[in-house]
Design a protein around this ligand. Structure first.
Ligand code: SF4
Length: 594
């Protein structure tokens, strides 16, 4: 088959992402090729790249993050490649097909639903006609291929229907090739061992197909071995609820547990954490640090809101299980909340946020409700007076619980929260203020900070990391009755714990020079006390010491930020030789108080 003229195009959201869907199609249609671009490409540059490949058939993978760009690209394609057969597929075109094909007449076919079975059949037909547009469009009857929408000679559009592959195990290939691994092993590789979700959240499309289909474990283990053998940095499972079936997911976790100790691959799973039992917890507890990370959709803790979107959360189990796993100190936990759910006004979100913030997970992602084509959420639009963006990403603009002004404000709230909490910055300072000045009301703190941020106009401009510390200092001094030197100490401590300790904003009263002689003795004295803290330490040169370690003297004992801080001079040693900084208190003959 002259398939080198078939090109599957993915336009990824970021360079670090890879596309699973086009790789599946590359394997399903032997000889076909893939092209991966990102939404940051200039439109004309994209067109030029595609033109250079001169495909006879161009299949475009359409998702929420790229559909607006793809629509612009489609309008340019006929001029550049007038003889190319254009196929679109993916969730963004699987619903509202007639409207889409009418608006974009250059699209010859749309693949609805899963493409691994339908597209090879379509390509076979097109090949039989020599990939000649004049012999394919309208001439070939595609109604025998479920999942393909096409036009008749009269321009009549046959929608077909969204399909799933009949044989998930037999027809869904392994998507990756050894030859490409050198180029992509540092990026995020997406992988699935199951399709479908047992739950039915109204805003989600993953439940659109009935039931959950699984790959056999023997195949999964072999494919996991492939990733490990190629030293992949991260494998992100796209299984919608990884723990949907214990007899499937537990052996996978046990398999990961047995991987060699020097395996650096991190495996990311989305789980319904409330359903994990003690046996699973025991396996999770034994996993080496960094082997696994978990994403946990919570979305809201308001029972009425969850009921309205047909989501089942067992909040107490969620909180208990997260706390337990946090105690293992071996994996990154990422939780999600959604802004704009039915009945979740300011007051309700305030509570959801505080409930989830109290868990202190590594990340608390704040998303905005989206109205995806084909999702049951569409049926709730009238009941809750929703207005939402008519174009991707279809985000909520207002409803009867949140005005547009409040939704807009939440975008600033989310920006502030991303720059600080989710970037791992200033957490000690924020949490200290929340405890000492806001009676543990985290939302009140982030709300006031966002208001201050907006009043300064900071939501309209970009920010350097260095400036973030000064902003928080200025806000806290204006909003709370806290001594400036306490804030400086907290922020210095935070700065040394985030961004690899490399960001040292000048205005925080650093005192390294003041204690230089004392710390020099610590590193190089004879005898030197350093080995009591760093048994493997060997002095090489000062550049190396300064790169790997830092000693900071604080006017407070920063290891006690969970209590009210009172003056107690403390020296802390920060070690940056591991992936995350390690901080320990050291004894130094400081002589004078800071
Ligand atoms: S939101 Fe998650 S749990 Fe709910 S249906 Fe979608 S994939 Fe399943």
């Amino acid at each position: 088959m002259d398939c080198n003229k078939i090109l599957w195009l993915a336009v990824n959201a970021k360079y670090s992402h890879t596309s699973l869907s086009v790789r599946y199609l590359r394997e399903a249609v032997p000889g076909s090729e893939i092209m991966e671009l990102t939404i940051n490409h200039q439109l004309l540059a994209m067109l030029g790249e595609i033109y250079s490949a001169k495909p006879k058939v161009l299949g475009i993978s359409c998702y929420i993050w790229n559909i607006e760009l793809v629509k612009s690209l489609l309008k340019l394609l006929p001029a550049a490649l007038p003889d190319t057969i254009i196929i679109c597929g993916g969730p963004e075109v699987s619903y509202g097909v007639t409207e889409f094909m009418q608006e974009f007449p250059m699209v010859d076919y749309v693949c609805r639903g899963e493409g691994e079975e339908a597209l090879p059949q379509l390509i076979k037909q097109l090949q039989a006609a020599g990939f000649d547009l004049s012999k394919t469009n309208g001439q070939l009857d595609m109604s025998a291929i479920p999942g393909i929408a096409w036009r008749s000679l009269t321009g009549q559009i046959s929608e077909g229907q969204a399909v799933t592959v009949r044989d998930f195990v037999g027809q869904v290939p392994f998507a990756y090739r050894a030859a490409e691994m050198v180029d992509i092993k540092e990026r995020i590789l997406y992988y699935e061992t199951s399709r479908g979700c047992p739950f039915s959240c109204a805003y989600c499309l993953s439940c659109a197909t009935a039931g959950v289909r699984f790959l056999p474990l023997a195949r999964v283990f072999k494919e996991l071995d492939f990733f490990v053998a190629h030293d992949v940095r991260q494998v992100k499972f796209v299984d919608r609820t990884f723990n949907a079936k214990k007899s499937h997911f537990l052996p996978i976790l046990q398999y990961l547990l047995k991987l060699p100790a020097d395996c650096r691959t991190n495996f990311h799973f989305e789980v319904a954490i409330d359903y994990l039992d003690e046996e699973v917890m025991q396996v999770l507890a034994q996993l080496p640090k960094g082997r696994v990370q978990l994403e946990i959709g919570i979305q809201s803790t308001n029972p009425a809101t969850l009921k309205a979107v047909s989501r089942v959360n067992h909040w107490q189990d969620i909180a208990d299980h997260i706390q337990k796993i946090m105690g293992f100190h071996n994996m990154h936990l990422h939780v999600d909340l959604i802004i704009g759910l039915p009945g979740e006004g300011m007051e309700s979100f305030h509570k959801s946020f505080n409930d989830v913030y109290a868990l202190q997970t590594d990340m608390l992602q704040l998303g905005f409700l989206k109205f995806l084509k084909g999702a049951a959420m569409m049926e709730l639009v009238a009941a809750y007076h929703y207005q939402y963006m008519p174009m991707a990403p279809y985000e909520v603009l207002q409803n009867d619980a949140l005005s547009y002004g409040e939704i807009r404000w939440f975008h600033s709230f989310e920006q502030v929260f991303e720059l600080y909490y989710n970037a791992g910055r200033c957490r000690q300072t924020a949490n200290y203020i929340i405890k000492e000045c806001e009676q543990e009301d985290a939302f009140a703190f982030w709300q006031k900070f966002t208001d201050w941020w907006e009043a300064k106009g900071f939501h309209k401009i970009g920010h350097s990391t260095k400036n973030l510390y000064g902003y928080l200092r200025d806000f806290a001094l204006a909003a709370y009755d806290l001594p400036a030197d306490l804030l400086d100490n907290l922020l210095r401590y935070d700065a040394l714990l985030s961004d690899g300790g490399k960001i040292r904003p000048e205005n925080l009263n650093w005192n390294r020079l003041q204690y230089q002689d004392i710390t020099a003795d610590f590193w190089k004295g004879a005898p030197s006390p350093v080995r009591a803290y760093l048994p493997e330490y060997e002095f090489t040169n000062w550049r190396d010491v300064n790169k790997k370690y830092h000693i900071e003297v604080f006017a407070y004992d920063m290891t006690l930020t969970s209590q009210k801080l009172t003056g107690q001079q403390t020296a802390l040693l920060f070690d940056y030789t591991a992936e995350a900084p390690v901080c320990q208190r050291i004894e130094l003959e400081l002589g004078v108080d800071n």
